[in-house]
Design a protein around this ligand. Structure first.
Ligand code: GLU
Length: 469
C-alpha cells in the first residue's frame, strides 16, 4: 500500500492571510483531499516578537472563509521548542552537530579577514572538529556539521533538480546559546514529526529546502517531496504588493467574492488542467497534481476572478448562496436581512444570481426586495412615472387583482392589457420597474412580481398610481 499523503500549511502569524498564502494552503488542501490524505495546519510562531494571537486568528478566519478545513489540531511551532532542542542534542551525540564557542567578535573578525583576502565569508568554525576535552565551560551554540564537499540536490517536483554546492552553505546554527532552536531546525523537525510527505510552498523557501534536507539526512529521516511554487505577480508582471490592490483574503471577502470562486480562481493561478477554467472543488481535488504547476509566476487578474466568480454564483445552490450573502452583509457591517427579506431572496435567487459576479452585484439586483414602501424612485425611474404611465398602472391594477399569481397568467394579463391599450409590453416595463423597484435597471418585471407576491405588488402599484406630479 502506498503511504498516505500528508501536506501542511505553515504560515507565520505576522499579519492577515495573504492571497499568496491562501493559494499555498489551497494547493496543499487540494493535493491531500484528492488523495484521501491529511492536510495539517502549523502556525510558525517562533518569532515571538512578530507573532500575534490576532494574526493567528485572522489566518484561521481566512482559512475558514476559504473553506480550507484542516485535519487534527492546529500545531504551534513555538510550543514544540523543547522537541526541536532535543533533536539538536541527538545530532550532537551522533556527531552530525557540534558545539561552537566562537564569540560574535571572533566570527566578525573571521569574516573581515575573509573579505579582505577575497575568500568566501561563510563562517568556518574552528570548533567543528575540536575534541570534547578542549571545550571550555562557556556558553555555546550548536551547529550542524554540514557536508563541505559535493552538492545538495533538491529534486523539486515543480522546479526540477536544483543543485546547491555544499561549499556554499555554512554550518548553520541549530540551537542558540540560550538554548532556543532556530527556525530552520523547527521546520524540519515539525515536518518530520507531523509525518509530512509533501512540502508544497512558495519558491522563496527553495534555498531553505537544502538546509532542511541536511537536517533530515543527519537524522536519517526519509525526505518529503518538495514542490516550490512560483509567487503570484500583479497584472503588470511585478511581484504582488499593496500597489496592486487587495492582498488579504479578508479584503476579497469584503469585496463580496464568493469563496468557491476564489478557490477556483486561485487554483488556476499557477496550476492548470488542460484548458479547464471553471471547475468544482470535487473536480479540482480529482485533477490537482504537482505536474500541472507552472514554473513561471502567475499573474493576478481581477477580470478573470470576477468571471469565474460569476459562473460559481450562477451554479451555486440557492440556500448556500443566501448563507454566504448573509456572511457578506455581516463582514461589511450592513444590516442583516429580515425574515421576510431572506425568504424573498431565497425565492428570487434564481434570477438574482444570473449574471451577478459578486455579492454587491447580487444585492444591487435585489434592491426591490430590500426597499420598503413607499418605494422612492430614483431620478431615472421617476421620469418613467408621468401622468400617462400612472394612469396606466392604475388601470392595470384591478386586472392583476383578479389574476392568478403565476408567470403564465401574469404574462397573459399584461399582454392583453397592452393589446387593449394599443401599446406594447415594452412600453409598460419602465413604469412597472419604477413602481416596483424605484429603479430602471432591475430583474424582469414578472420575476419581481412573483417574488414580491400579489399583495405587495398591488400595494406598490397603487402607491405609484397615487403619486402626484
Ligand atoms: N512560515 C513560512 C511562511 O509563512 C512557511 C514555511 C514553510 O512552508 O516551510 O512563509
Amino acid at each position: 500500500m502506498s503511504q498516505q499523503v500528508v501536506t501542511r500549511f505553515a504560515p507565520s502569524p505576522t499579519g492577515y492571510l495573504h492571497i499568496g498564502g491562501a493559494r499555498t494552503a489551497l494547493f496543499n488542501w487540494l493535493f491531500a483531499r484528492g488523495r484521501g490524505g491529511k492536510f495539517l495546519l502549523r502556525i510558525e510562531d517562533t518569532d515571538r516578537a512578530r507573532s500575534t494571537p490576532e494574526a493567528t486568528q485572522a489566518i484561521l478566519d481566512g482559512m475558514t472563509w476559504m473553506g480550507l478545513d484542516h485535519d487534527g489540531d492546529v500545531v504551534s511551532q513555538a510550543a514544540r521548542a523543547e522537541r526541536h532542542a532535543e533533536v539538536a542534542r541527538q545530532m550532537l551525540e551522533a556527531g552530525t552537530a557540534y558545539k561552537c564557542f566562537a564569540t560574535q567578535e571572533e566570527i566578525q573578525s573571521f569574516r573581515d579577514a575573509a573579505k579582505a583576502e577575497g575568500r568566501s565569508t561563510l563562517y568556518r568554525s574552528p570548533w567543528r572538529d575540536a575534541a570534547a576535552d578542549t571545550h571550555p565551560d562557556l556558553p555555546c551554540v550548536i551547529r550542524i556539521k554540514a557536508p563541505r564537499d559535493g552538492a545538495t540536490v533538491i529534486h523539486d517536483a515543480v522546479q526540477g533538480d536544483v543543485t546547491i554546492r555544499n561549499d556554499q552553505l555554512d554550518d548553520m546554527v541549530l540551537l542558540r546559546s540560550d538554548g532556543t532552536p532556530v527556525y530552520m531546525l523547527a521546520v524540519a523537525v515539525d515536518d518530520h514529526d507531523m509525518g509530512v510527505t509533501h512540502v508544497i510552498r512558495g519558491d522563496d523557501h527553495l534555498n531553505n529546502a537544502a538546509r532542511q534536507m541536511m537536517i533530515y539526512r543527519a537524522m536519517g529521516w526519509p525526505l518529503p517531496v518538495y514542490a516550490h511554487i512560483p509567487l503570484i505577480h500583479g497584472a503588470d508582471g511585478k511581484k504582488l504588493s499593496k500597489r496592486h490592490g487587495a492582498l488579504g483574503t479578508q479584503e476579497y471577502r469584503q469585496m463580496g467574492y464568493p469563496a468557491a470562486g476564489m478557490r477556483n480562481y486561485l487554483a488556476r493561478l499557477g496550476w492548470s488542467h488542460g484548458d479547464d477554467e471553471f471547475f468544482t472543488d470535487a473536480q479540482a481535488q480529482d485533477w490537482f497534481d504537482l505536474d500541472g504547476i507552472g514554473k513561471s509566476a502567475a499573474r493576478f487578474d481581477f477580470k478573470k476572478l470576477e468571471n469565474i466568480c460569476g459562473q460559481h454564483m450562477a451554479a451555486m445552490d440557492d440556500a448556500a448562496l443566501l448563507h454566504e450573502l448573509q456572511d457578506f452583509l455581516h463582514v461589511t457591517d450592513q444590516p442583516t436581512l429580515t425574515g421576510a427579506q431572506a425568504a424573498m431572496m431565497l425565492e428570487g435567487m434564481y434570477c438574482l444570481k444570473e449574471r451577478a459576479r459578486t455579492f454587491p452585484e447580487l444585492l444591487d439586483k435585489a434592491q426591490f426586495i430590500l426597499t420598503n414602501r413607499p418605494v422612492e424612485p430614483d431620478e431615472k425611474a421617476a421620469a418613467q412615472l408621468d401622468t400617462v404611465s400612472r394612469g396606466m398602472l392604475k388601470e392595470l391594477t384591478p386586472q392583476l387583482q383578479n389574476a392568478s399569481w403565476t408567470r403564465d397568467s401574469l404574462e397573459e394579463v399584461t399582454a392583453q392589457f397592452a393589446d387593449r391599450k394599443g401599446t406594447k409590453f415594452g412600453k409598460m416595463a419602465g413604469p412597472l420597474r419604477a413602481a416596483l423597484a424605484g429603479r430602471s435597471a432591475t430583474p424582469s418585471v414578472f420575476d419581481m412580481m412573483l417574488v414580491l407576491g400579489q399583495t405587495e405588488t398591488l400595494n406598490r402599484l397603487a402607491d405609484a398610481g397615487q403619486q402626484s406630479d
